[in-house]
Design a binder for this molecule. Structure first.
Ligand SMILES: [Zn+2]
Length: 343
């Protein structure tokens, strides 16, 4: 058996490890109104297509609504995102759960908006919690998120050194150089996720700081304090909140800058718009390539034909789970080409 990716010592015997802790991931991708395990119902949106996945206990009626026919093939190919087998040993999984359980308590506590509030008094717990998620996303194959190799190693060292089997034993060592120049800022729209949908999404460009949205939280991780003085980065319009958020180090209580639901909604709409624009650019480029391969004249597909294809993809009335799959795109493209050639 492979060795545990965290302690690099014991066999990675644990199955079903969450990359984003379950108490948070269920707020992002569970079937609406469901908070239990195996109730995931999520969509992975990439440039080219949207794929989806579902937990074992999602009701058949819901699956029918999303996929139309529920075939054996659909069930067989389904894999819940963000859950991995044989990454960690049981001991490390327990150590991770200690900070997760402690952090989970903060979800229901009092919050403030348009100012900073203290979310967790004990220094370092919030820090370990957030970097453990960032690190797990980075080591997860195909997550699409990757730290630089030395940053990934640093986070592993910190997590492995300081996670303990009880919360009282967790204390940062002031002399540890790994902890000296690292910190984060956190923004949150409290309770947004109780009624509205949220994201797991990050910038693939920004590293100073790494910028990522996890549920109703927006996290900025700094590997150097000097990056606080860096260029403004427009992470979907969150810059002004980031400027107001306090910088949290491993030696300070965690504070969060609260934003209103309306502010998060604007932020969220910008992410959706970005996704839609990327999708259109991607498809447009693919159609030009196709045009070229088919021996068409010029570098670009005829603008009317292209426009008709993109319109049909956007208006496709197949079930949600089948709409933005490569199969449906190909079907629409070939049907449209055949039809317009006949005219
Ligand atoms: Zn381990």
């Amino acid at each position: 058996m492979k060795k545990c990716l965290l302690c690099q010592n014991h066999p990675a015997d644990k199955k079903g490890s969450h990359i984003v802790p379950h108490f948070l991931s269920k707020r992002i991708d569970n079937e609406p109104g469901q908070t239990g395990r195996d109730k995931e119902l999520g969509f992975v949106i990439t440039e080219g297509s949207t794929s989806s996945y579902f937990g074992r206990s999602v009701q058949p009626e819901i699956l029918k609504e999303i996929y139309g026919e529920v075939t054996d093939e659909l069930i067989e190919e389904n894999k819940v995102e963000g859950i991995e087998d044989h990454y960690f040993c049981s001991g490390c999984e327990t150590r991770l759960s200690v900070v997760e359980n402690e952090y989970a308590k903060t979800i229901e506590q009092a919050t403030k908006t348009e100012q900073n509030y203290t979310s967790i008094e004990q220094p370092f717990v919030g820090f370990l919690f957030w970097i453990s998620i960032i690190w797990r996303l980075s080591i997860q194959e195909y997550s699409g998120f990757k730290l630089k190799a030395k940053e990934e190693k640093k986070l592993r060292r910190i997590i492995d050194t300081y996670l303990k089997d009880s919360i009282e034993k967790i204390t940062p060592n002031k002399k540890d150089i790994d902890l000296n120049d690292i910190g984060y800022k956190l923004i949150r729209a409290p309770k947004f996720s109780d009624t509205l949908s949220t994201w797991l999404h990050w910038s693939t460009i920004y590293e100073r700081p790494y910028s990522i949205v996890i549920d109703e939280y927006i996290l900025f991780l700094y590997f150097k304090k000097a990056h606080l003085k860096g260029m403004p980065l427009e992470f979907y319009g969150s810059e002004r909140f980031k400027n107001q958020a306090e910088y949290v180090t491993p030696f300070k209580s965690e504070t969060i800058f609260g934003i209103t639901n309306v502010q998060y909604k604007t932020f969220s709409e910008k992410i959706a718009l970005f996704g839609a624009t990327k999708r259109m650019q991607f498809l447009s480029h693919k159609l030009d390539l196709l045009h070229h391969k088919l021996g068409g004249r010029g570098k670009r597909m005829n603008i009317q034909l292209k426009g008709e294809i993109l319109k049909r993809i956007a208006n496709s009335d197949v079930e949600l789970g089948n709409k933005n799959t490569p199969e449906n795109h190909i079907k629409i493209i070939s049907e449209t080409i055949v039809k317009l050639n006949k005219n």
